[in-house]
Design a protein around this ligand. Structure first.
Ligand code: B1M
Length: 251
């Protein structure tokens, strides 16, 4: 069993102690950070503190020291953002602070992106990606895009707050057979279903495979709204994209 005292980084320890109350969340964070390298804990701490210059510096330094981009992303950047999410939910911090944390995460991801995206091979498939109407969250979508690009996909990124019509236009104009939608708000998840209905109304549903993802989305929601696939994280997004396009090789 891992203990809070197993976490070597003082900031992370203090943050968990002060701000996290749910036992299952304490356990998840203690498990993650007690096993994470000190440099990953330090990177996570800079995301939590919104110190984007430090995130930038430490991410570059970790890569320089030979740590894998994926490890830095999962244990450092996403790990830190997980704690930020809990503080935001419990009203310990508010939108300006979260934006500072998101900026720090982006500063780290600027180093990770080219590594995950560098494939140098012919595209294995084309995918249109966007965050649905009413939703401005793009960190998770961008991670998925990086992983897709790193796996050889040509990605058309429509950004955030994308209407059903814009999704349809992008599919028609690009000739892509795969659409990926992201949503982070429970109130915007239904817009995924509305987009799927718009494809049915436009008589285009049979021409496109549709995958969905985002923290509030589940396999059950995906099935209910008539999506073809669901990805729980960025790796799963790639696996789902490959499955839906009939690309055999495992990632
Ligand atoms: Co927002 N926000 N936010 N926020 N925000 C959440 C989502 C929230 C859970 C926080 C909370 O209360 N705990 C909550 C939603 C509650 C709910 O709906 N149940 C919330 C809220 C309420 C809001 C506002 C309404 C706050 C307000 O204004 N009062 C507002 C809404 C604005 C809008 O969208 N219209 C808002 C605003 C913001 C910021 C602008 C401050 C900022 C966004 C910055 C940005 O994205 N550029 C922000 C942030 C950063 C968050 C949290 C803290 C972090 C989200 C994140 O980036 N996670 C978030 C709390 C949380 O989730 N813990 C929260 C890290 C990211 C790597 O994970 O996005 O889940 P995620 O992506 C994962 C998977 O889900 C999956 O792969 C990714 C990588 O593993 N995935 C896919 C994602 N898309 C996929 C697609 C796929 C497959 C997999 O296939 C196509």
């Amino acid at each position: 069993m891992t203990l809070l005292s197993d976490i070597t980084n003082e900031t992370i320890r203090a943050e968990i102690e002060e701000f996290v109350e749910r036992p299952e969340e304490i356990k998840r964070l203690v498990d993650l950070f007690s096993q994470a390298e000190p440099i990953m804990q330090a990177i996570a701490a800079t995301v939590i503190e919104g110190e984007h210059h430090e995130t930038d510096r430490l991410t570059a330094s970790a890569l320089n020291d030979g740590f894998e981009a994926l490890e830095i992303m999962d244990d450092g950047l996403i790990g830190g953002m997980g704690l930020v999410g809990i503080k935001f939910r419990e009203n310990f911090i508010f939108v300006p602070e979260v934006l500072a944390c998101a900026r720090a995460m982006k500063a780290g991801m600027a180093h990770i992106d080219p590594i995950l995206s560098a494939s140098g091979i012919d595209p294995v498939g084309k995918v249109v990606m966007g965050t649905v109407k009413g939703d401005l969250h793009d960190i998770g979508k961008n991670l998925c895009i990086m992983m897709l690009q790193g796996s050889g996909f040509d990605v058309i990124d429509l950004g955030v707050d994308v209407s059903p019509d814009d999704f349809i236009d992008a599919i028609e104009n690009s000739g892509s057979k795969l659409l990926g939608m992201s949503a982070l708000l429970t109130t915007t998840v239904p817009n995924m279903g509305r987009t799927i209905e718009a494809f049915i109304d436009a008589d285009l549903r049979d021409d496109v495979e549709i995958m969905v993802g985002g923290a509030p989305v589940t396999q059950e929601f995906a099935d209910d709204m008539g999506a073809d696939g669901y990805g729980k994280d960025a790796l799963d997004c790639v696996a789902t994209a490959r499955r839906l396009l009939g690309i055999e090789t495992a990632v």
